[in-house]
Design a protein around this ligand. Structure first.
Ligand SMILES: *Cc1c(COP(=O)(O)O)cnc(C)c1O
Length: 385
C-alpha cells in the first residue's frame, strides 16, 4: 500500500491565513467577539442572504436550522437517501423522524416527486442536499413546500459558491446550511453556518447556539446588568473568533478555488469519456456546479471485478479514493432505531454500491490529475472485459 495517498479532498492554507489566526490569539476576544459577526456578514454578502449565524460545525448548523424550522418531537422531515449521516442525525436530535426520499439516478439529487409522495400530515420540512456541489431542483422543491406548507432547508455543505438558474445557493431555501470542515470549500477547522432572509429565524438561531439564553454578554454589558433568562433549551454551538478569522481569510480565495475545482472536473469528464468503467454524474445545464466531490459510478456489469477491488487497486496506486455515501437508512443505528429496511429507496440502494469519489481539491497540480487519470486507465485495462 502506498503511504503517500493523494486524498479525495484537502484544505488550502497559506501564511496569511495563519497570520490572521495568530492576530486573534493575541487579541482580547477568543470567542463571541468581533470576528464572528464579521465572518457572518462576509458569508451573507457572498451568497446574497440577509442574515447568517455561525456555529461550531456543519452538523450544529443543521441542528440549529431544524430547530428554527420548528421541528419538534414526532415531526417528520424528508431527507434524501444519498447524504452524509449528519443530515438525518440532526432531525433525530430534535426528536424528529427522518423520512428518506429517493434520488435521481443520474445526479443523485433528491427526486422531488418521491419527496412529495412521502409527505404525511406530520411532515414539517424537506432538507435538500446539493450532493457533490450540484444544486437540487429548487423550483420543483419550492412548488412542493409551498403546496404543503413546509419549510425548505438546504444542506449546502457541498455547495458553497454554487448557483441554480443564476440564483446563488444561500438564496434558494428558507434556511441554508454550510460546513467549514477542512475537506469543504473553505475551512475554519471545524465550523458551520446557517444563512436566511428571515431576521426572526436568525434571532432564534443566535439564542439556540448560546444555551437558549435571550441576551448575549454584549447586550448585558451595554445595559449594565448581569440578569439573563433562558427561554428555551439551547446548546453551546458557538464558534471561536480565531476560527472566524481563518474563515475570513479563506473566503476571498473561494472564487479562484471553485474555478480550479471546475477545471479539474472538466479534465476528469474528458478522461471518463474515453473510459467505459467510470461514468461521471450528470450535470444539469441550469446549474453552476461547485464541485465539492468528483463522483463516478462504476459500470460493474461490464467488468470482472467489484467496487471494493477497484477501490483497493486505486489506493494501491496512491489514489485516495473514497465512498460518499452508504445511504443513512442502511446504517445499523437507523435500522435498529426506526426499523428502516432496504426497498424504500431503490435508486440510492443500488447506486451506492458502485460509487467512488476521486481526488478533487484546488491544491492539486496538473501532474496529480494526470496521476489519477493514469491510474483509472490502468484499472480499466486490468478489469474491463
Ligand atoms: C460535511 C457535511 C455535513 C456536516 O458538516 P460538519 O461540519 O462535518 O459537521 C453535513 N452534511 C453534509 C452533506 C456534509 O457533507
Amino acid at each position: 500500500m502506498s503511504r503517500n495517498l493523494l486524498p479525495y479532498g484537502r484544505q488550502s492554507l497559506d501564511d496569511a491565513d495563519i497570520a490572521a489566526v495568530v492576530e486573534v490569539l493575541r487579541s482580547a476576544w477568543l470567542t463571541t467577539g468581533p470576528k464572528v459577526a464579521e465572518f457572518e456578514g462576509a458569508v451573507a454578502d457572498f451568497v446574497g442572504a440577509r442574515a447568517a449565524v455561525a456555529v461550531s460545525s456543519g452538523t450544529a448548523a443543521l441542528h440549529t436550522a431544524l430547530y428554527a424550522a420548528g421541528v419538534r418531537t414526532g415531526d417528520e422531515v424528508i431527507v434524501p437517501a444519498m447524504t452524509f449521516v449528519a443530515t438525518a442525525n440532526a432531525v433525530v436530535f430534535q426528536g424528529g423522524i427522518p423520512v428518506f426520499a429517493d434520488v435521481h439516478p443520474q445526479t443523485l439529487l433528491i427526486d422531488p416527486s418521491d419527496a412529495e409522495a412521502k409527505i404525511t400530515p406530520r411532515t414539517k420540512a424537506i432538507v435538500a442536499v446539493d450532493y457533490a456541489g450540484q444544486p437540487c431542483d429548487y423550483d420543483a422543491l419550492r412548488t412542493i413546500t409551498d403546496r404543503h406548507g413546509l419549510v425548505l432547508i438546504a444542506d449546502a455543505c457541498h455547495a458553497l459558491g454554487a448557483a441554480y438558474k443564476g440564483r446563488k445557493v444561500g438564496t434558494l431555501a428558507d434556511l441554508t446550511v454550510f460546513s467549514f470542515h477542512p475537506v469543504k470549500h473553505i475551512t475554519t477547522g471545524e465550523g458551520g453556518m446557517v444563512v436566511t432572509d428571515d431576521p426572526a429565524a436568525a434571532l432564534t438561531m443566535r439564542r439556540f447556539r448560546n444555551h437558549g439564553i435571550a441576551t448575549d454578554h454584549h447586550q448585558r454589558t451595554a445595559h449594565d446588568t448581569w440578569y439573563y433568562e433562558m427561554i428555551d433549551l439551547g446548546y453551546n454551538y458557538r464558534i471561536t473568533d480565531f476560527q472566524c478569522a481563518l474563515g475570513l481569510s479563506q473566503l476571498p480565495k473561494l472564487p479562484h478555488w471553485i474555478a480550479r475545482r471546475r477545471a479539474i472536473a472538466h479534465r476528469y469528464d474528458h478522461a471518463c469519456s474515453n473510459l467505459s468503467l467510470f461514468n461521471p454524474l450528470a450535470v444539469r445545464p441550469e446549474v453552476d456546479h461547485a464541485y465539492h466531490l468528483y463522483v463516478v459510478r462504476l459500470a460493474l456489469e461490464e467488468c470482472r471485478t467489484s467496487r471494493d477491488l477497484i477501490f483497493r487497486a486505486l489506493r494501491a496506486q496512491g489514489i485516495g479514493v473514497n465512498v460518499h455515501y452508504l445511504p443513512p437508512h442502511l446504517h445499523p443505528y437507523y435500522q435498529r432505531r426506526f426499523g428502516y429496511r432496504a426497498g424504500t429507496c431503490p435508486v440510492a440502494e443500488d447506486v451506492h454500491t458502485r460509487l467512488l469519489s476521486i481526488p478533487l481539491f484546488p491544491g492539486m497540480c496538473d501532474q496529480d490529475v494526470d496521476t489519477v487519470i493514469r491510474a483509472m486507465h490502468a484499472v480499466e485495462e486490468c478489469y474491463a472485459s
